[in-house]
Design a protein around this ligand. Structure first.
Ligand SMILES: Nc1ncnc2c1ncn2[C@@H]1O[C@H](COP(=O)(O)OP(=O)(O)OP(=O)(O)O)[C@@H](O)[C@H]1O
Length: 360
């Protein structure tokens, strides 16, 4: 019964530019009969935050392991700063690995070392002198707002503080890329927001390139510039966050967005029927220019006949208005068709969700 009236948002073309920090081309990795990665192509440009989202088992961990050289792809190219890590030997991989800082869901701090020693650890591994290590650790602890905890041990820190230490440690060796592996999945919503704000801040201040792997759309929404959706080892959709949120093309993206996009209230959804009733229930998605105009007041003046606003609103993602509205529109004559034509003509995406008996 669902009818769509929409313009298609195409995934960004995966061509290479000198500004790419990461570029994957047709990367494949199988485990027996399972294709964990089934031809993944993507790129991360210098200074951008790319979010990769997928459900459990989609291939995210395999992708991370391929990026940091812990796993070798069966096929394809993985360029980090212009060098194909899939073809490097273990010795050549070491310096390249240091170009990647990582933060983890469970922080992975060393409990027997102080906060400053944890932060300085990558520099110790590089053989840097102690004075330089401590200076850099102090600098980074200030950046993440934890100078006062330099001599503390991880056990005395909250989850959010531990992740701040994790971020500082990941930045110690001045990486070209920060790889975030579900970095906020173990944190409460408020702490999650503060860590995401920190990452965004670091991205802006230092121009740091970030690849964030997550199963939470909220993470993508808060920090990413672009998003790639992975499912069964394939990138099924990619594009600027606001446009993917405004017009998700694949079922999996729609389902991952389900929790944070406005939905028809349950009591109305329960009374929907596929056969025409007195009132059609429309879902209207608008973004950009279409969401900036007085859509509903223009509808009311252009198409005489009542409609009711059931639910919805306009959000702002990457400074772009993106919204979903649910309208009840009386059936009869060609009224619903005229309302749909008007809205589609204004650049809105309209879906007839079904019909309800309507108010007498
Ligand atoms: N070492 C392995 N041996 C066998 N199968 C594997 C191995 N690693 C991954 N897989 C399989 O490959 C697929 C992708 O797994 P992967 O761990 O990359 O997904 P994921 O998106 O990270 O999932 P999760 O969010 O649950 O960690 C899954 O079907 C998984 O069972």
């Amino acid at each position: 019964m669902n009818q769509h009236f929409s313009a298609t948002v195409q995934p960004a073309a995966e061509t290479r530019t000198p500004e790419d920090v990461v570029r994957l081309t047709d990367v494949k990795r199988r485990f027996g009969a399972t294709a964990a990665l089934d031809g993944v192509s993507l790129r991360v440009r210098k200074g951008e935050i790319l979010g990769i989202i997928g459900r459990s088992g989609a291939g995210k961990s395999t992708l991370i392991r391929c990026l940091n050289g812990l796993e070798r792809p069966d096929f394809g190219e993985i360029f980090i700063e212009g060098r194909d890590i899939a073809r490097l030997g273990e010795r050549e991989l070491q310096p390249l690995r240091r170009r990647i800082g990582m933060i983890f869901q469970h922080f992975n701090l060393l409990s027997a070392k102080t906060v400053e020693d944890n932060v300085a650890l990558p520099l110790k591994i590089e053989g840097r002198p102690k004075a330089e290590r401590l200076h850099r650790a102090a600098e980074l602890l200030e950046l993440v707002g934890l100078s006062a905890k330099a001599k503390a041990y991880p056990a005395s820190l909250s989850g959010g503080q531990k992740q701040r230490v994790g971020v500082a440690r990941a930045l110690a060796a001045r990486p070209a890329l920060l790889l975030s592996d579900e970095a906020t999945s173990a944190l409460d919503p408020e702490t999650t927001r503060s860590i995401l704000a920190l990452l965004k801040d670091i991205n802006r201040q230092l121009g740091l390139t970030i690849l964030s792997i997550t199963h939470e759309m909220e993470v993508i929404r808060s920090i990413a510039d672009r998003v790639a959706v992975i499912d069964a080892g394939r990138i099924v959709e990619a594009g600027p966050v606001w446009s993917v949120f405004a017009n998700p093309q694949s079922r999996i993206t729609q389902s991952l967005l389900g929790g944070i996009r406005p939905q028809l209230p349950d009591e109305i959804a329960a009374s929907l029927s596929a056969s025409a009733g007195k009132e059609a229930i429309l879902r209207i998605d608008v973004a950009g220019e279409a969401a900036s105009r007085p859509l509903l007041s223009d509808l009311a003046t252009s198409i005489p006949g009542s409609f009711r606003l059931i639910h919805g609103g306009i959000d702002h993602i990457q400074q772009q208005p993106v919204g979903s509205l649910f309208l009840g529109v009386p059936t009869g004559a060609d009224h619903v068709a005229r309302v749909i034509d008007f809205l589609a003509g204004r650049g809105a995406r309209v879906e007839v969700l079904g019909y309800v008996a309507g108010n007498d």
